[in-house]
Design a protein around this ligand. Sequence first.
Ligand SMILES: CC(C)(COP(=O)(O)OP(=O)(O)OC[C@H]1O[C@@H](n2cnc3c(N)ncnc32)[C@H](O)[C@@H]1OP(=O)(O)O)[C@@H](O)C(=O)NCCC(=O)NCCS
Length: 218
Amino acid sequence: MSLAWEGGRHPGWPARLGPLRVDAGLVALRPPRLRDASAWSATRLRDQAYLEDWEPTAFDGWHERNAVLAWPAHWSSLKSMARRGHALPFVITVDGRLAGQITVGNIVRGSLRSAWVGYWVAADRARGGVATAALALVVDHCFGAAGLHRLEATARPENAASLRVLAKVGFRREGLFRRYLDVAGDWRDHVCFAMTAEEASPEGIVRRMVAQGYAQTA
Ligand SMILES: CC(C)(COP(=O)(O)OP(=O)(O)OC[C@H]1O[C@@H](n2cnc3c(N)ncnc32)[C@H](O)[C@@H]1OP(=O)(O)O)[C@@H](O)C(=O)NCCC(=O)NCCS
């Protein structure tokens, strides 16, 4: 059997996905750019209270970690992981403006062909279908061009918005990981969800989202 990545290529990267129209606007995904620094930083500094409870604990403070000057190192690390085939790091745009990130990480090939997916959306674009659309685009890309077979996502049981996004997109609850991730200053339980390529086929998640009225193709 010939596998696309055996030649050292990293399927599915770089890529631009979408657009999909949702209530918040036109959602598209693209690779991060060095010049995203000021939009990224301004959004994350403004949204500290809304994001902080769901993000990994860090020893440096929120302001230092999300300053304009922090972006080049973050961008460079995402770029390097993507080049090595370990991640698919997307910036989410709404009507062409940075409105969040969605990252497929820990990509393992071979007979596993699995990864996790994580995301955040700017508070002023929240509850408008952006995360749902971004996740649908990413799932179809992962099971299509990127050649993966399984995606996992975890969310804190208290994170009602994220649990709802995963349910809408069709992720299946697999169990509770106790004291799984160091988030917001402590080891937090996380609900584990997963989806395999078979569960997204034959029509794909984007088509399903459109049929269910969650998004429109632009
Ligand atoms: C989770 C998050 C990405 C959702 O983004 P979003 O663009 O608002 O998501 P969507 O609009 O596609 O869907 C959100 C759904 O959750 C629902 N929701 C939002 N807040 C909710 C709350 N506090 N309680 C219950 N439901 C809630 C919305 O009503 C919507 O469901 P609906 O379409 O059935 O009405 C965003 O809230 C966020 O970035 N949060 C902080 C970071 C984070 O939690 N990341 C994920 C870590 S696992």
